[in-house]
Design a protein around this ligand. Sequence first.
Ligand code: SAM
Length: 326
Amino acid sequence: MLSYRHAFHAGNHADVLKHMTLIATLKYMTLKVAGITVIDTHAGAGLYRLDGEFAQKSAEADEGVRKLFAADIFKANQAAGQQNVAEAAIESVATALQDYYDCIASFNAKSLKIYPGSPFVMHSQLREGTSATRDKLKLFELHGADATALDGNMAQLEAGRMITVERADGFDALRALLPPPNKRALVLIDPSYEMKSDYARVSAAVQDAMKRFPTGTYAVWYPVIPRAESHDLPRRLKGYAQLAKKTWLHATLNIGQEDAPDAKAPRQIGPDGRPLPPKRPGLRESGMFVINPPHTLKASLNEALPQVLAALGRGRGKGFAVEAGG
Ligand code: SAM
């Protein structure tokens, strides 16, 4: 039984890292004319309302995309545009961060109300092309309600055969799709890890995919949490890349520990008039591991992540790292 719903987490700091990395990756991959097959094994619902009940309950976007959009770096640039302030005095926004901002902003008119999930983020970078060069987007989602929502959301794009949506197990589906006919692919593997077995399934899926299609680009998101499987996963992925003599990149973003609540502050009151329990500490750190990344990705993330951290970092332990090899 799947209980995870991405609507509670949409637009959090982990989505910022994941979606920014995907945009930078696809922006590079689409420089070549030949079409790409993009596979999202765990697609979610596609679009999320940041003013909806789920998002408001968790308030995770407040520590992610909302905080980023309100950051000084974007305010400074808006001010530069409006008042013709000398550009030299303004820190320029890193390209990968600006591309991410532009993508999310394109779904919103004035205020930030909609957050696009990976299917829409990745679709925003794809090309209709001709039948020979058209990029393809193949989406898999197992949760019934989210699969139905995804189908409806993607249908709005009227993209025809460019996009397929299936309610299916993304790990199983991946096997039949590799190698892709156009011999170019980006695969995003982004499970919820609500089941411990997800870690082993990610490892097995990447290992199998690299045998079937060694030149594909594989992007894996994972939570950095105090659990052996979480620490083991990037180590294993690096091992598979090295064994296959392929390049790899590992980026992590840690927004740091939340300030401890003021013991003297009055407890928040719930709708039933009773004090709410103290908020559980949320996820602080996550990682993206990319096999066969664009050679430009390391520099792009090294430029953007300090700016992301300046906006989202909030306490002890905050930091980022970008390691690459192969
Ligand atoms: N990739 C999405 C994004 O960035 O917007 C978020 C995906 S969310 C982290 C993980 C999703 O995987 C959930 O919607 C969950 O229902 C779904 N899921 C869980 N197990 C699955 C499986 N074996 N195959 C496909 N989807 C699965």
